[in-house]
Structures are given as C-alpha cells and as structure tokens.
Design a protein around this ligand. Sequence first.
Ligand code: CTP
Length: 226
Amino acid sequence: MPRRHTAFVNILVTAGPTREPLDPVRFISNRSSGKMGYEMAAAFAHAGHTVLLVSGPTALDVPDHVDFLPVETAAEMYEAVANHLGRMEVAVFAAAVADYTATAAPQKIKKSTDTFTLELVKTRDILGSARTTLGFAGTLIGFAAETENLEANAREKLTRKGCNLIIANDVSKSGIGFDSDQNEVIMVHPDHTEALPLASKHDLAHQLVQAILEIHFSASFLKTSN
Ligand code: CTP
C-alpha cells in the first residue's frame, strides 16, 4: 500500500531535446518528444508539489499548475538549472541534452564544397554537475537511454553522476521510448534494480513519481531521525 505524503516539496524537471544551432537556419537535435518529462511534471503537480519544468523545444502543452522555463540549447538548460537548483528538494533530469554543440556561423552556411566537416565541442553534463559544481544535496534522479548493456550502463551512470535513481530504457526496441506514447523502463537503485512493464507514459509517470517520492521521503525521514 503506497504511503501518503503530507509534505509538499519543490521539484525541478528537465525535459525535451536541446537544439544546437549551426547557422541561422539549421540546428542539431535529437528525437526526444519530451512526453516522459512532461507527464512526470504533471504527475508531481497533481500530487500537490511545486514543479518547475525546464524544457527544450517540444510540441507539447505545458501541464496545468507547472511553472515553465523554456530553453533551446544545452548551455541555456545548464544556466536555467544552475539558477534554480538551489531551492529544489528533488530534481529529475529527463531531458535528452545534446552531448556536443557547434559554434554557430553568423550567416547561412553555403554549399560551396563537396564535403563539409563540422567540429563539435562537448557540452556540460548538467546532471553530472548537480552534486559537484552545483552542490545539490536533494534527491537526484537521472535517465539513461541505452542501446546495449542497459542495466550495467545505467548503474555506471548512477554512480558517476551521484544519483539516487536512474530510470533506464532500451531505445533500440521499437515502439517504446523516443517519440512513442509508451515506454518500458528499469529503475536502477543503488542496491537493486526493478523492472516496470510496458505502459503508457502517462501511467508510467505516475508509478515513477510515486517511487521517487518514496525515495525522497524515506531519505528525509532517515536524516531527521538520526
Ligand atoms: N544529461 C545532462 N546533461 C548532459 C547530458 C546528459 O543533464 N549534457 C543527463 C540526461 O538528462 C540524463 C542523463 O544525463 O538524465 C543521462 O544522459 P545520457 O545521454 O544517457 O548519458 P551521458 O552521460 O551523456 O552518457 P552517454 O551519452 O555517453 O551514454
């Protein structure tokens, strides 16, 4: 029987893709629809919590009762998170942040050569900076989209990024994950792994939100009872 939580907390959710401009008309992005993050933001708000949704460009409506901060690039998402993380108790990083960005040309790039090489530079890892550079001490949740070794890769990210939970899915399976209304994930905790069966992103978001609040409130209980 799920425990009822009486305290309301501040929760930051990142969602959607980022867009890294190449010139005034082109950008690099990815297939993230933002649905999983938006559903989770909506489910936290529905449970009475105060939610800030930091989102890259998506086609989705902003959920009711959710504060919204739209961003475009990975650098803008980093700044938005850095500005707000200090007042959050829970942070959920569902965004598919670009790992590399380009220096955007000021004018449209012309097709003057037969081949064209782009030099890309690594972006800052926002989730990976939360515990270190940004000093976040709250409940930290990451996502991992993998095409192989799902659990092992997710567990490595859990440790490397200092997370309390990684929600991982296999993006090589068709019909789930990116651009789909359904998803099938595993929850990788520090001491065990739990598989959630295929479900709509809406239903899954409610299960994940419940699990995250359990983690958050049992950690808070441990801190206050010590
Ligand atoms: N993430 C982030 N900032 C980045 C890259 C990733 O905040 N610049 C977050 C994502 O929101 C997600 C988690 O890190 O919660 C894992 O993202 P993923 O792209 O799977 O991991 P990477 O660390 O980029 O590792 P790799 O791409 O090498 O698998």
